[in-house]
Design a protein. Structure first.
Length: 154
């Protein structure tokens, strides 16, 4: 009797596609929002990279690179995750973005600030998405349920 080894990967496949959609949607939203720029996000940063972000926004070239870089990485990461192609590279790109997002606004607020709904202490959506991408990176569902299957002779 043959067992179906694909079945345990189905939830991971669905999760990968859903996370891919989040990245793709966020990138497309930024792409099609007139006047969108990372400048405002970077200017209000409160994290350990605050001085680096201030340096970036002082340069028109660096802010343009940031604007295009974020949009391109979000869209590319989303598309690659959704189709399961270059899955590990997409995970790494997404994790790098999420580290920057996390360090821009780290959830290390006052205890009175974090006790309310919607305020977080240490673990926020960026960290959770990072962990999801890490699991996808390690388990590689694209080798069974994605275009990476073609690359790996499946």
């Amino acid at each position: 009797m043959e067992t179906n080894n694909n079945r345990p990967l189905l939830p991971l496949f669905i999760l990968r596609v859903a996370v891919g959609w989040l990245f793709l949607h966020e990138g497309l939203y930024k792409l099609f929002t007139p006047g969108w720029t990372a400048q405002y996000y970077l200017a209000q940063s409160e994290g350990p990279l605050q001085s680096f972000f201030q340096w970036v926004i002082e340069s028109k070239i660096l802010i343009a690179i940031s604007n295009y870089g974020v949009v391109i990485l979000l869209i590319a990461t989303g598309l690659l995750l959704m189709i399961g192609f270059l899955e590990r590279m997409a995970c790494v790109a997404g994790m790098v973005l999420l580290v920057f997002f996390y360090l821009s606004y780290p959830p290390f607020g006052e205890i009175s600030d974090v006790m309310a709904e919607g305020n977080y202490l240490i673990v926020d959506k960026n960290m959770i998405l990072f962990l999801v991408l890490w699991v996808i990176f390690k388990l590689r569902p694209g080798q069974r349920w994605g275009m990476d299957r073609l690359r790996h002779g499946g």
